[in-house]
Design a protein around this ligand. Structure first.
Ligand code: GSH
Length: 182
């Protein structure tokens, strides 16, 4: 039986973009169902009863929540090509560490840069710049964090770079509406 893959998403979501990149890299066909954040579908609430957030990956009727876990899941299920995570346990742990770092030290201060003002914004900028320097040092001379191929940390990070090129403040402030400019 062919895999049935559905992504409940809100198109500007950087978290959803991680999953779209991961599925594209693996060549997996899926159905994209757009959610309205101000009127979440019963399916979304059923599939993510804990956080009630987009996005959700539904594989053969079973939900997987949280973007970094979804990327790991996609890598494990469709493991025939383009591995995101290295096979060596230590290298895997390191990649997961930096993926987590992207959420805590890039996304979080990045959001605060967009959404705050004054001293709070200045502190967020400082934290973001320091975090980017640490990531740059980790990247070193490699083409990708994954080495010569796109890896887990790249997938975790690149969606925020894509979002950085969008009018993110307007996306953020209208995130509860459906009228986000594409
Ligand atoms: N940690 C989650 C974050 C998901 C998230 O923050 N989703 C936002 C949109 S980008 C959301 O659903 N916001 C609506 C809400 O919280 O009700 C992940 O990595 O998937």
């Amino acid at each position: 039986m062919a895999d049935e893959v559905v992504l409940l998403n809100f198109w500007p979501s950087p978290f959803g973009m991680r999953v779209k990149i991961a599925l594209a890299e693996k060549g997996i066909k899926y159905e994209h169902k757009e959610e309205n954040l101000s009127n979440k579908s019963p399916l979304l609430l059923q599939m993510n009863p804990v956080y009630k957030k987009i996005h959700v990956l539904i594989h053969n009727g079973k939900p997987v929540c949280e973007s970094l876990i979804q990327v790991q899941y996609i890598d494990e299920v469709w493991n025939g090509n383009a591995p995101f995570l290295p096979s060596d346990p230590y290298a895997r742990a390191q990649a997961k560490f930096w993926g987590d770092f992207v959420d805590k030290k890039i996304y979080a201060p990045g959001w605060n840069v967009l959404m705050t003002k004054g001293d709070e914004q200045a502190a967020a900028k400082k934290e973001l710049i320091e975090s980017l320097k640490l990531l740059e040092a980790e990247l070193g001379d490699k083409t990708y964090f994954g080495g010569s191929n796109l890896g887990y940390v790249d997938v975790a990070l690149v969606s925020f770079c894509i979002c950085g090129s969008m009018p993110m403040r307007s996306v953020a402030t209208s995130a509860s509406k459906q009228s986000v400019p594409r």
